[in-house]
Design a protein around this ligand. Structure first.
Ligand SMILES: *Cc1c(COP(=O)(O)O)cnc(C)c1O
Length: 348
């Protein structure tokens, strides 16, 4: 259409994972948590009253900022609430990037980054990971205004050590945004770096570890100066009253959070072992999904045959991800069904 800016007209747009309407399916295609959110979060939802809906919400979500600050051992001024982690990505692109200020990130990674670069009309410097998904050294010298590292990375599930991320933050002249959407399932995280580096932004999401993908809530952790700059860019009321109340209750319930995450991590390690027993190549995953590949059957065929059994996963046919399947870790029962189905498919 002639009405759009050129970059929008040419843009393909982000393609979200398929959300089937059927209830009686095993849905392991979009990395949701298989467990319900904290009962305290559900109670907070039930206790909301109409008055909270009539009024505008707190523009910065003070209750959540305070609760998250306590969890991370920082101040509320180091936290910004977002309408999902994706909102923080949009805000960061708007804050740091334009025609003359490129973004850089290692690939393959989260497919939303190039879409946002296009929207912002900024150049995207894409630096390939090696086969083991080590941090590419070339990332240091791109001169980008914004460098993004997804850690654990999607869809590889690989993890770059905190020490390496600290060196990267130290050497970059621009901002380093560390997308920690999956870090709840890893063994360590980079949140502590915001104390030492004034150019680091940590992205957190409540969609994965907290089982709140439908709520749309995420947040940034960064130096007070970075946060106050980012606050200027966000929509005035980017998180709604319902989301603030529910997310605050959820993050306060660290006990429940840890229990659920532990269950998922245990199931992930079991699923990895079971897939390897079926001769799949599976990378060690630090997230709530596994990336698997077999020489015995094309990924596309496995995907289709799983769909026939009402099991939904993702497959990729992208550079660096040829023939790979991504399976979100489900409940132990769901994972068993996937393994059973894969056994049948590979034997047929
Ligand atoms: C899920 C995800 C996010 C944020 O998702 P929200 O649902 O918007 O919080 C960010 N980065 C990656 C890599 C993700 O997978």
């Amino acid at each position: 259409m002639v009405y759009f800016r050129d970059n929008i007209a040419e843009l393909k747009g982000y393609e979200p994972g398929f959300q089937p309407k059927l209830v009686d399916i095993i849905k392991l295609n979009t990395n949701e948590n298989p467990y319900l959110p904290s009962p305290q979060a559900v109670e907070a939802l039930n206790k909301l009253n109409a008055e909270q809906l009539r009024r505008y919400p707190d523009p910065v979500g003070t209750a959540f900022r305070e609760a998250a600050a306590e969890v991370h051992g920082v101040g509320p001024e180091n936290i910004m609430c977002c309408n999902g982690g994706d909102d923080l990505l949009t805000i960061a692109f708007r804050a740091f990037c334009d025609e003359n200020r490129p973004v850089a990130y290692p690939i393959p990674t989260y497919s939303l980054y190039p879409v946002l670069a296009n929207l912002q009309n900024c150049r995207a410097i894409e630096v390939p990971f090696d086969h083991e998904f080590n941090l590419p050294v070339e990332l240091i010298k791109t001169g980008a205004a914004l460098t993004i590292v997804c850690n654990p990375n999607a869809p590889s599930g690989s993890f770059v050590s905190v020490g390496e991320m600290a060196s990267l933050a130290d050497e970059l002249s621009g901002v380093l945004l560390i997308d920690e959407a999956y870090v709840d399932f890893a063994d360590e995280n980079c949140a502590g770096l915001v104390k030492d580096f004034d150019n680091v932004i940590i992205l957190r999401s409540m969609s994965k570890g907290y089982g709140l993908a439908g709520l749309r809530f995420g947040y940034a952790i960064a130096s007070a100066d970075l946060i106050s700059g980012l606050l200027k860019v966000k929509d005035s009321y980017n998180v709604d009253a319902v989301a603030i109340a529910v997310a605050t209750a959820a993050i306060k319930d660290q006990e429940y959070f840890r229990q659920t995450v532990e269950k998922v991590k245990k199931a992930r390690d079991l699923l990895t072992a079971q897939l390897r027993a079926l001769k799949f190549d599976v990378m060690r995953s630090y997230s709530n999904f596994v990336l698997a590949e077999t020489k015995d059957c094309p990924a596309r065929v496995i995907y289709d045959k799983l769909v026939q059994r009402n099991i939904y996963i993702r497959y990729f046919d992208l550079p660096g991800l040829e023939n790979k399947l991504r399976i979100t870790v489900g409940t132990p029962e769901q994972n068993d069904e996937v393994i059973l189905a894969l056994k049948e498919i590979l034997q047929a």
